[in-house]
Design a protein around this ligand. Structure first.
Ligand code: UDP
Length: 495
C-alpha cells in the first residue's frame, strides 16, 4: 500500500478510533513520558496508539519500562535499533544531547519505513523534542503532527526564545551579567541555561536552536505540566503579543503524566524495610537514569547523610571523573556491590546500617516515592523525577547535574516553592558535608521543610484534579483530539 496517498486507504474500512503514532528518542527520561502519553490517549481519549522506541541499549531498566507498559496491553510498542554513529564521525565523547540528536537523524529511514509498515496509516504523529526533524513524515503521510515537550513550560519558553537570544546576545550566555529575559516569563539566570546553551560553539547548541525553529512546524505542542503549576508562563506561550507569536499553534497541558506504581514493584525486602520506617521519615537520594557524581562528591554526600542522622535510601553509582551524565547510555547497568562500597568513607555502611539503605545503580523510584515513609527527595531534578516527587507530595533538595535540570531546580525553589538547594550549583562546585547535613535536616525536620511538604501536598491535589475527567489536563487532551479531527478533515478536503 502506498501511504503517500491518503486515497489509497479508501477501500479499507475506516478505523473507528484515531490512531496515534508516537516517536520516542533514546533515553529513559524520553521514553517514560511518551509511553505514558500513549497509554493515556488510549485509556481515556478513544485513541489507538503505537509507540516507536529507538532503543539506546537493551538495558534492564528499559526492558522493565517497556514490559510494564504492556501490562495491561493498551498500546503497541515497536522497538527499533539505535543507529551506529561510527560512520557519522561523531566523537564518542560528544555530548549526550548531540548524540541523541544524531541518533534520531540517522534513524530517519528506519523510522519512516517502520511507520509506513503499519497495517493502517496512522491518523496523527506525535514526536518528542529530538524528533522535530521527523515532523515532515507527518506532511508526507498527510496527517496532523504534534510535538510533545515532556518538561516544564519555562524550559519550552527558553527553548523557543533561543533563536532570538542567538541573534541578540553577544558572547557566551554563561558570561552574561544579567539574567536572560524571555517575554512574559521569569528571566533565566545565565548559569541555569540548559546544557546545549553553555557553549555556543558546540554541536549541541546548533541542534538546540534548530529544534527550537522546527517546533512551530507542528500543529500544536503538548506539555507535561498542568495549568495551575505554571500559569504565567503558559499565558506567555499563548499570548500572541508575546511568545505565542513564535508558537503559532495551540499549547496543550497534558500532565502530570508519570509511570504508575506497579503493585509488586518494591519487592519483598525493600517493602519490609520501608514499612518499618515512621511516616515521612526517609530521604530518597537518586540522580535519575544518567546521573553520576565525582568521587570526592560521593564521599561528602555520604558524610552529609551520616551527620544528618536522618533515614535514607541512596541509589548509588560508581563515580565518574568525565561527566555528570555518565550512565545515560548504560542505564540500569548494575555496578558491582563491593566495588561500589569502596568509594564510600570507611565504615559508612556499618555505621548507617540501621537508618540507611544503599541500592546499587537502579531502584523502583515511583514505588519508593509513593511509600508513606517518604519525607524528602534529594534529586537531580529531571522532569520525570520532579513530577513523581510532586505527585507523591514529597518536597525536594535540588541537585541538578545536566540537561535542563538547573532551570527545573530554580523553578522548584523560587517559583513553585517545594524545594531547597545548595548555595552553589553542584555541577560547579563540590557541596561539602556540613552543608548537606544542614539541607537534609532542614527538609526532613525543620519548619521550612514542613511548610514545603504542606505546599507540595496541595500541588499533589491540584495535579490529581487536573488529570481526572473535567480537569484541565484531561480536557486539554480532548481538545487536542478535536483539533486533530478538524485538521484531518481539512487535509482530506485539500486545505
Ligand atoms: N528511574 C527509576 N529508577 C532509578 C532511576 C530513575 O525508576 O533508579 C526512573 C525515574 O522514576 C524517572 C526516569 O527514570 O521516571 C528518569 O527520568 P528523569 O526525567 O527524572 O531523569 P533523566 O533520567 O532523564 O535524567
Amino acid at each position: 500500500m502506498d501511504f503517500n496517498h491518503p486515497s489509497s486507504n479508501s477501500s479499507m474500512e475506516k478505523p473507528k478510533k484515531l490512531h496515534a503514532a508516537l516517536l520516542s528518542s533514546p533515553g529513559m527520561g524520553h521514553l517514560v513520558p511518551i509511553i505514558e502519553l500513549g497509554k493515556r490517549l488510549v485509556a481515556n481519549h478513544g485513541f489507538e496508539a503505537t509507540v516507536f522506541v529507538l532503543s539506546s541499549q537493551a538495558s534492564r531498566a528499559e526492558t522493565e519500562i517497556i514490559e510494564s507498559a504492556m501490562t495491561p496491553k493498551l498500546l503497541d510498542i515497536v522497538e527499533l535499533p539505535a543507529p551506529d554513529l561510527t560512520a557519522t564521525g561523531l566523537s564518542p565523547d560528544e555530548s549526550v544531547f548531540a548524540r541523541v540528536a544524531a541518533m534520531m537523524r540517522e534513524a530517519r529511514h528506519v523510522l519512516r519505513s517502520a511507520l509506513m509498515a503499519l497495517e493502517a496509516r496512522p491518523d496523527v504523529l506525535i514526536v518528542d523534542l529530538f524528533g522535530t526533524e521527523h515532523l515532515c513524515i507527518g506532511d508526507e503521510l498527510g496527517i496532523p503532527k504534534y510535538v510533545y515537550i515532556a518538561t516544564s513550560a519555562w524550559f519550552l519558553a527558553l527553548l523557543l526564545h533561543s533563536p532570538t537570544l542567538d541573534k541578540e546576545v553577544k558572547g557566551e550566555y554563561v558570561d552574561q551579567t544579567e539574567p536572560l529575559e524571555i517575554p512574559g516569563c521569569k528571566p533565566v539566570r545565565p548559569e541555569d541555561v540548559a546544557d546545549p546553551m553553555l557553549d555556543r560553539s558546540g554541536l549541541q547548541y546548533r541542534d538546540f536552536v534548530r529544534m527550537a525553529g522546527e517546533i512551530p512546524m507542528g500543529d500544536g505542542i503538548l506539555l507535561n505540566v498542568w495549568e495551575d503549576l505554571q500559569t504565567e508562563t503558559l499565558a506567555a506561550l499563548r499570548n500572541e503579543e508575546s511568545l505565542g507569536q513564535v508558537v503559532n499553534s495551540p499549547v496543550y497541558t497534558v500532565g502530570p503524566l508519570i509511570r504508575p506504581v506497579r503493585p509488586a514493584g518494591l519487592g519483598k525486602e525493600l517493602l519490609e524495610w520501608l514499612d518499618k520506617q515512621p511516616s515521612q521519615s526517609v530521604l530518597f537520594v537518586s540522580f535519575g537514569s544518567g546521573g553520576t557524581l565525582p568521587a570526592e562528591q560521593l564521599v561528602e554526600l555520604a558524610w552529609g547523610l551520616e551527620l544528618s542522622r536522618q533515614r535514607f535510601i541512596w541509589v548509588l553509582r560508581k563515580p565518574t571523573a568525565k561527566s555528570l551524565d555518565g550512565s545515560y547510555f548504560d542505564v540500569g547497568k548494575v555496578d558491582g556491590g563491593d566495588e561500589l562500597f569502596s568509594f564510600l568513607p570507611d565504615g559508612f555502611a556499618v555505621r548507617t546500617r540501621d537508618i540507611g539503605l544503599i541500592l546499587p545503580s537502579w531502584a523502583p523510584q515511583v514505588e519508593i516515592l509513593s511509600h508513606p515513609s517518604m519525607g524528602g527527595f534529594l534529586s537531580h531534578c529531571g522532569w520525570n523525577s520532579t513530577l513523581e516527587s510532586i505527585v507523591n507530595g514529597v518536597p525536594l533538595i535540588t541537585w541538578p547535574l545536566y540537561a535542563e535540570q538547573r532551570q527545573n531546580a530554580t523553578l522548584l525553589v523560587e517559583e513553585i516553592g517545594v524545594a531547597i538547594r545548595p548555595k552553589e550549583l553542584p555541577s560547579k562546585k563540590i557541596v561539602g558535608r556540613e552543608e548537606i547535613e544542614k539541607l537534609v535536616r532542614t527538609i526532613m525536620m525543620e519548619k521550612e521543610g514542613h511548610m514545603m511538604r504542606a505546599r507540595v501536598k496541595d500541588l499533589k491535589s491540584s495535579a490529581e484534579k487536573a488529570m481526572t475527567k473535567g480537569g484541565t489536563s484531561f480536557e486539554s487532551l480532548d481538545k487536542m483530539k478535536e483539533d486533530c479531527k478538524m485538521r484531518i478533515h481539512q487535509i482530506k478536503k485539500g486545505h
